[in-house]
Design a protein around this ligand. Structure first.
Ligand SMILES: *Cc1c(COP(=O)(O)O)cnc(C)c1O
Length: 440
């Protein structure tokens, strides 16, 4: 990492960086509650100012007044493709290649099923889906089911063991490599082009989950020659709770297989109402049922907040700020939390991390990470907690996400200062911070 001088680490220096930040005005797009320092945009993005009015208009005018006519007059039927094309600009997909639909889990089922079927059709000896052991569990659960349905096995490896598994001679049985580009626990980011090339050299297909990438880091699916991708609408894309997700297939695959959820919106002519399924051309066949119009309209507003950075340098400029924010966080943690026992569980090399930094709780159990996060939230600093197995290799984690659209350098300073105080004063030991809610 680049060294930050001590004089760069005081609050005034952070405020000066905010004052000089060419992206600072993008924060005005959001309705942030006063007194909240929000560092959890990697789990749920904040509310864009435009969203409430848009949803109100969709409900009262388009639905209330337009009724069924709005499928045409308000363009509802086009939403999956129109919002999909906007997201495509952020992830290197050409217009018409990416659609918005369903949830990330459901989209993963669709594209992984397609990938498994294509791999098997090309070479029946390929019977293994490979993924990372610490991938987000829903991805692994879906892969378990897809593997079972295709007579395949799911093999889970540590990320560093994957190159050897795909080495010449070792990867001939691998059908699909499925990875999340930025790991939800460690924040470690894979080199999409290099890993895709590795999978292809082994004859395997490459599927990327962009849940922690889209809107957070520059992505070029076509440039990397990836095969399939899915991603999430409610994290860095600010689409709101339960926002629809997206899926992409490289055009070379889009027409080879109709994905298993063959609903009418993926039919070539849904309003002809014929009894047999004929898949729509291209990515259209990855749609299934009626689009979630209200949720997609909210997602549209969220995606617009990211596209608003285009005149200011786009994803490259957002990435530069994200790296600067996480570098500052790491430097401040080292300075203020050196004796705390917390470890930095995210790669120190900025090129190998996404837009979050995770701190590991000491394996000796001296600090209750869950309670620390609750005490921090009580102070208005919102990150989140992810349980590990408590070992040094997979510690319980305090996660902090940096969203360059609205996170300021002074927010990073305040968060580390608050964390240091929570630990130094033992605030987290208060009984109320130990009570667990359903969602952590
Ligand atoms: C957030 C996330 C999901 C979310 O899936 P849903 O179907 O929306 O619940 C899936 N995969 C990864 C890697 C994620 O980070």
């Amino acid at each position: 990492m680049t060294a930050l001088a001590p004089q760069d680490l005081d609050r005034a220096a952070c405020a000066a960086r905010d004052a000089a930040d060419p992206l600072a005005a993008l924060r005005e797009q959001f309705d942030l509650p006063p007194g909240v320092n929000y560092l959890d945009g990697n789990s749920l993005g904040v509310l864009p100012r435009a969203t409430a009015a848009r949803v109100h208009d969709v409900v009262t005018r388009e639905w209330g007044q337009g009724l069924i006519r709005s499928w045409n007059s308000a363009g509802w039927i086009e939403l999956p493709r129109r919002v999909g094309d906007k997201i495509g600009r952020l992830v290197g997909a050409a217009p018409g290649e990416l659609v918005v639909a369903d949830s990330t889990s459901v989209n993963l089922f669709k594209v992984l099923s397609a990938a498994a079927r294509i791999a098997q059709a090309d070479d029946a000896a390929r019977r293994v889906i490979v993924s990372e052991r610490s991938n987000f569990p829903t991805d692994l659960y879906i892969a378990e089911s897809v593997a079972a349905q295709h007579g395949m096995t799911l093999e889970l490896l540590d990320i560093d063991a994957i190159p050897a598994r795909l080495a010449p001679g070792a990867g001939a049985d691998v059908a699909v490599l499925m990875l999340t580009q930025v790991n939800y626990r460690s924040g470690r980011m894979a080199d999409m082009a290099a890993v895709t090339a590795l999978a292809h050299a082994a004859g395997a297909l490459m599927l990327w989950d962009l849940a922690h990438s889209a809107g957070a880091v520059p992505v070029d699916l076509n440039g990397a020659d990836a095969d399939f991708a899915v991603g999430c609408g409610y994290k860095y894309l600010n689409g709101g709770p339960g926002a629809p997700a997206f899926c992409w297939a490289h055009p070379r695959h889009a027409e080879r297989f109709w994905q298993p959820l063959s609903g009418w919106m993926g039919h070539a002519a849904p309003f002809v109402f014929e009894p047999g399924y004929r898949p729509a051309p291209g990515i259209g066949r990855y749609l299934c049922g009626t689009p979630q119009v209200i949720g997609m309209s909210a997602l549209d507003c969220g995606v617009d907040t990211v596209l608003a950075a285009e005149p200011l340098g786009g994803m490259a400029a957002l990435r530069a700020k994200s790296v600067a924010l996480s570098e500052l966080f790491i430097a401040l943690v080292r300075r203020h939390l050196a004796g705390s026992g917390l470890t930095i569980h995210t790669p120190l090399d900025a090129a190998r991390r996404g837009s979050q930094v995770s701190l590991g709780v000491p394996a000796d159990g001296s600090v209750d990470g869950y309670a620390v996060m609750q005490a921090l939230i009580a102070r208005g600093v919102i990150g989140d907690y992810r349980a590990g197995d408590g070992s040094a290799a997979e510690p319980h984690l305090l996660r902090f996400g940096f969203t360059p659209l609205y996170t300021r350098f002074q927010d990073v300073f305040d968060a580390v200062e608050a964390l240091a105080e929570v630990l130094a004063r033992g605030e987290w030991r208060e009984e109320r911070f130990a009570r667990k809610s359903a969602v952590t």
